[in-house]
Design a protein around this ligand. Structure first.
Ligand code: FES
Length: 118
């Protein structure tokens, strides 16, 4: 049985994720980890087949609007890979390219269609 993540403590870095079924999860995170790794390691289905090499677009997420300006801009490599993703919009990111930090605690993302486990 899949273990549900514990609720993050008040001083803990955390990530909010809306999964493919529309359920929101508050996931404790570790500074320096990729958002993709946090999501995958808590057992939330995310394709991410390349393991973070920016080569598959299977970690496509939509970032909540207030957070988009607080992220480093997309690299040319990320832009190229997003060209392969489905339903790309202005807030689309590949979450393997976002590193968790205290400044990003509370970041909220929604898993995009096409990033489901196969
Ligand atoms: S995990 Fe493959 S592009 Fe992000």
């Amino acid at each position: 049985m899949e273990q549900a993540p514990q609720q993050p403590g008040p001083s803990e870095i955390f990530l909010l994720v809306i999964d493919h079924d529309g359920r929101e999860h508050a996931l404790p995170a570790i500074e320096g980890w990729r958002v993709m790794e946090v999501i995958r390691d808590w057992g939330i289905g995310l394709r991410a087949t390349c393991g973070g090499a920016c080569a598959c677009a299977g970690c496509h997420v939509y970032v909540d609007q207030p957070w988009t300006a607080r992220l480093r801009p997309r690299s040319a490599e990320e832009e190229d890979r997003l060209d392969d993703a489905f339903g790309v919009g202005p807030t689309s990111r590949l979450c393997c390219q976002i590193l968790m930090s205290p400044e990003l605690s509370g970041l909220r993302v929604r898993l995009a269609p096409g990033s489901e486990l196969e």
